[in-house]
Design a protein. Sequence first.
Length: 246
Amino acid sequence: MERPEIGISFAPELRLFVAAPRREGRSTVTTDGASTLGHVVESLGVPLTEVGALLVGGRPVRHAHIPDGGEEVAVHGVPRPQPLAGPPRFLLDIHLGTLARRLRLLGVDAAYENPDVGDAALAARSAAEQRVMLTRDRGLLHRRELWAGAYVYSHRPAEQLRDVLSRFAPPILPWSRCTSCNGLLREAAKDSLHGRLEDGTEHAYDVFAECADCGQVYWRGAHHASLNAIVEAAVHEFGTGTVRVG
Ligand SMILES: [Zn+2]
């Protein structure tokens, strides 16, 4: 079979996925003449979750395009914000616990399982619940079962949060979700919480909320200043739906 040679170049944000010699502009690839362009890109190390437009000679083609010899391919990253086929819901792998709590703090639906359930179970849950798999594990992003996935670039939680918010632009509803379990908070009458609060807390505060799932009680003032700073920075940069302080 003929083995066509094509030229290929990757957007800057995709270059960390490919071998070092391919990171500087254009390189060439010899294909098998039968593989799709999507497969070729993936085989070079780039998860398809990270791939936006594929251009051949400047014209967009599908992942199923089978490249001919001499074609010049440009691989773009995903647009930001990236459209999703459903509401922005997320599933985070074991290493992203801090990011999960920060997303919940902003009211973003962020499921997280600890202990580690393994890649197969994570991918299956992503598919079953239509959640975007967030991970720094490239192998996990190559799994076919994923409903959607996204590589988290930084290992620093503050940058991870900005990465996810800028990529998916989920509505921000601070203080609406339980940071422990991802459940939704509802307002709770002080009387109903008697016996579940320390005396000092009960006397000092009047506005309470509790998690509809795990029963964790929250109150104004329960949030450390650093959490307020995270919320304010996110709202300032990315905006919100309705800001609810409580
Ligand atoms: Zn909860």
